[in-house]
Design a protein around this ligand. Sequence first.
Ligand code: LEU
Length: 859
Amino acid sequence: PPVIRREDYLPPAWLVPEIALDFALGIDETRVVSKLKVVRNPDAAGATALRLHGDQIAALAVRVDGEAINDWRLEGPDLLVELPGAEHLVEVETQVNPAANSKLMGLYASNGMLCTQCEAEGFRRITFFPDRPDVLSTYSVRMTGDKATFPILLSNGNCTAQGEDADGAHWAEWHDPWPKPSYLFALVAGDLVANHSTFTTMSGREVDLNIWVRPGDEGRTQHAMDSLIASMKWDEQVFGREYDLDLFNIVAVSDFNMGAMENKGLNVFNTRYVLADPETATDGDYDAVEGVIGHEYFHNWSGNRITCRDWFQLSLKEGFTVLRDQLFSADMGSEAVKRIEDVRILRSAQFPEDSGPLAHPIRPDSYQEINNFYTATVYNKGAEVIRMMRTMAGPEWFRKGTDLYFERHDGEAATCEDFIKAIEDGAGLDLTQFRLWYSQAGTPLVSASLSHEGTTATVSLSQTVPVTPGQPDKKPMPIPLRIALFDRDSGTHAGEQLVVLDKASDSFVFEGFAKPPVLSINRGFSAPVSIDIERANEDLVFLAARDDDPFARYEAMQSLVVQHLVAAVGQGLGDAARAEARAAIGKAFAAILTDPALDDLMRGELMILPAESYLAEQMLVADPGAIHAEREALKTWLGREYADALTALHDRAVAVPYGRDAAARGARKIKNQALALIAAGNAQEGARRAYAQYRAADNMTDRQGALIVLASLDVPEREEALAEFHGRYEGNALVIDKWFSLQAGSFHPQVLANIRKLAEHPDFTMTNPNRVRALYMGAAMNPKAFHDASGEGYRLIGDLIRRLDPINPQTAARFVPSLGRWRRIESVRAAMMRAELEKIAAEPSLSRDVREQVTKSLG
Ligand code: LEU
């Protein structure tokens, strides 16, 4: 497949200021007539032909200025028309089969409704069009369909007319006044009901808000509506951004490749980020709904009003919008906990990407299939990079930068460079060297050490940016690190400092320390780097108990555990060394369990042990079996050693009634954390408590938390609870997803056999991405199942990729990176992982999506 390169960008030869689309809707046959007003682009040189992209569609008719023409030609999937003048009306007729569209890109059917997904290149699966984000058009849409099948007809912008035809059909016309690229087009037709509300913007515009769902689901939409209203208010207050249409629609669909999509005025969501009530959604699900509703809403400015010039600029809208949704969620809940969760996601999803065969900068230089670049790097590291600018400028100056960005580029298809320049000019920063964060891949490693002499403490820092595919030589980047030096006796520090390490190595001097202080570094995770620092357990226990930066406190606890487990896995520990490390971990852990100054949400956060994937990242070559065994052994030890404190904590939490407030949510969090450790220490007591918690549960957080614990135990209560859960929620797709996912993710001795069985379950289907992810992402992310010494876990995922690719390549490709980690895994497993990749590569016809990922993973 051809490689698309950023440096090859050329402006479009033709612009399309206006498009009118006419849809004759049907589940297995939809006719589309598209009328484009095209004008020659004065900024483009050369090429005269009009290139209209297509993908698996056929042109039934082409007309230019009202006349049918036959001299158009196909170049691959694209349609080319030679046009003599400077301005023409081009009409193309196509026909598509939404029911057969299992890729879920373009126009597709889901549960009897029709909907679209166009980002990144789905519009070309509906009609021929210059399907690139720098072609902006105003859209007029007309659709006609059977009224009984499609009572609700929606598109972008405002509904301008509607009516009924004689034959049971009805029609609607929609107009979106804001020029937009084709990836923001959307159409929905189906039997839907709305939760309706209104919002008055800061300038007094009244906006109608609708959240459209299938009849029966409307009782689970209030949290989404509250989140939408909160997002609209927050974007006005924090970024000065006001909504710009009279209507804002959200539609929930159950078949969706991603989380949600920011189509102008008509967001389309995966049901899992809309529907929530206490009976069916966990606290985590509530947070995810709030975060994704915010994310898509914030795109209205960072994405829609200012879009991307080309797909290499994806982080321009996604990185910035992730930062915006993170700041929003922090303001809505606990800033400390939100920051820790975001770092955990970055470390578990992005760090492995950055150190593997698919590593790419947040602004990639090339791609074969753009769908493969909707990654944790572009999204989450992208957000971290912009967060660093905010940290260096301070929030007020950063706001001046974003104001300037919105003012300068409103209505444009912009670049990352435009954004950087606006922040530079508006916030008063020099980002010359900082631009390297956009072009260099790889997680920088900062080595830090502290020395002390007289009353002077010196922090010495050096950085290396690792080699990544295609980037053998790296330059030092500016790394902003928030630092504090604690006085050992008083337990306080004299104030935090921001140091920027912008050379290969540098040192920073601090005065006034009679004794060597304790170094707290990268507070708040001010830079997305790994810190290599040798610290005595005693210092880590000190910071875990009293660092006033919540992230740094969490980090100290994590480091204690990481240091121990890495040593235990690597060199094998003697009894004395093991006892000493455990004593230190236990001391910090006990303090966390009982510290009255901690709120329970934070306490629950501090109780979470580092993930096996993160532990594996700390080693050049990892033995997943040994990591699993050592981590489980530590859990067992903690569960036994602190059995009394953990059961007391569990009892206290069980007594707190359900509520959505922070205290009640915190209680549920520590309840499930404590339960898991109790079960690790004593399976019988764990099973007894989990079963009781399951039976008594009046909300999904408690019920799922208990079931997760039971699912890993080989006890009779397990089967009973799993069957009860399935019976109770039969027909509720999102909850049945949980049932699949928690079994696939369990540490049950028979987990792989269970997964094979679940794949045969009547509720399992390969055509629904949520269900596929529930079972198989559950398996791929489960170190016990995936890395089973037999290689059975690798075969499971390899088989899945080969079977799913012809159905839904985009979703299939998402499973390749787990196998692609083989170079960092011990040799016996690595050979089996590689063999699976080779089997996939040998398939005669593979999608571009899977082909690119597999080739790069083998290369
Ligand atoms: N732009 C979407 C988002 O908000 C992603 C798209 C591919 C569905 O992340």
